[in-house]
Ligand binder design. Structure first.
Ligand SMILES: Cc1cc2nc3c(=O)[nH]c(=O)nc-3n(C[C@H](O)[C@H](O)[C@H](O)COP(=O)(O)O)c2cc1C
Length: 304
């Protein structure tokens, strides 16, 4: 039987369009006891930097209405440990690995991506120019077209791997940023990263996160994410990977109709670690029942 869920994102072909979002699924290996991590379309691993990072002071997560705030600050083991300790296990398990890259300058991004060229088993690089929880880099590159294009161009020159640029919902004009990274050589875009938010404990009168602010994710952001996917789909020709508050098949279909060719599931992994495999199964059943492929739905929202 042909795989109805096979998904082509420019130079990247995935077995299905259900991926897990960076920072919400560890390095992937942690989940191999509870599910077959090769059965999902891809794992965008926790953001990796050249050197290890301790991240921000705790508390780094708190629950909010229909979502959560996080201020992890890109805590990660760094490139070397990821490659020597996690990659062998990910290869052994047959996972489709997307390296989520973080740098504080275009040169640093390029250096990191160049190093990924020599790592066996990396399917693509997701360039994070949209993290709101760091003092430098991250969202500072993603708010407007020029810095976003500079990073993309540097990465494009450094690697032949498929380049996915992850966009910020806090860009002044997300369509402009999407067009700029497309022109600079991105193979696809993923969106959205989190929104900067704040929650205050009224008893202590202190913010509920250690650094005061954090990125908002989960179902609370979904309508905003769907709208942005729709907007970006009108602006670029490269494929879009949509995310923001996906919890069930209906949400996945909504993103396809808005213009996404694949999706990532993030915050939902915390309440249901096997949600992504369940979505693959649900999507396959939906496609068989309706005689469609996911691609047939992409961008097919009927606007008034
Ligand atoms: C705890 C946490 C950590 C995250 N870390 C990263 C990261 O390292 N790199 C990145 O590009 N996005 C990171 N994100 C953003 C998610 O990948 C995703 O873009 C966002 O949460 C929206 O999807 P969701 O509503 O399904 O969670 C993180 C999100 C959360 C909740």
């Amino acid at each position: 039987m042909t795989n109805v869920l096979e998904t082509v994102l420019g130079p990247l072909t995935l077995k299905n369009p259900i991926l897990v979002a960076s920072g919400t699924f560890g390095y992937g290996v942690e989940y191999s006891d509870v599910m077959d991590i090769s059965s999902i379309g891809g794992i965008s691993v926790k953001g990796i930097s050249l050197q290890p990072r301790p991240g921000n002071p705790p508390p780094r997560m708190c629950e909010t209405p229909s979502g959560m705030l996080n201020s992890i600050g890109l805590a990660n083991v760094g490139f070397d440990v990821f490659v020597t300790r996690m990659m062998p296990k990910l290869r052994e398990q047959g996972a489709t690995v997307i390296a989520n890259a973080y740098g504080t300058s275009a040169d640093e991004f390029a250096e990191l991506c160049r190093k990924f060229n020599d790592v066996e088993g990396i399917a693509a690089i997701e360039v994070n120019i949209s993290c709101p929880n760091v003092k430098s880099g991250g969202i500072h590159f993603g708010v407007s077209g020029k810095p976003a294009a500079e990073v993309t161009e540097a990465v494009r020159k450094a690697t032949a791997l498929p380049v996915i640029v992850k966009l910020s919902p806090e860009a002044f004009d997300i369509k402009e940023v999407a067009r700029a990274v497309e022109a600079a050589g991105a193979d696809s875009v993923s969106l959205i990263n989190t929104f900067r938010g704040m929650s205050i404990d009224v008893n202590t009168r202190k913010p509920r996160l250690g650094v005061g602010f954090g990125g908002l994710s989960g179902p609370a952001v979904r309508p905003l994410a769907v709208r942005m996917v729709y907007d970006v789909a009108q602006a670029v020709r490269i494929p879009i990977i949509g995310m923001g508050g996906i919890t069930c098949l209906r949400d996945v279909l909504e993103f396809f109709l808005a213009g996404a060719s694949a999706v990532q599931v993030g915050t939902a992994n915390f309440s249901n670690p096997t949600v992504a495999v369940e979505l693959v199964r649900d999507l396959e059943q939906y496609c068989e029942r309706n005689g469609v492929k996911p691609f047939d739905l992409v961008g097919k929202v009927q606007m008034p």
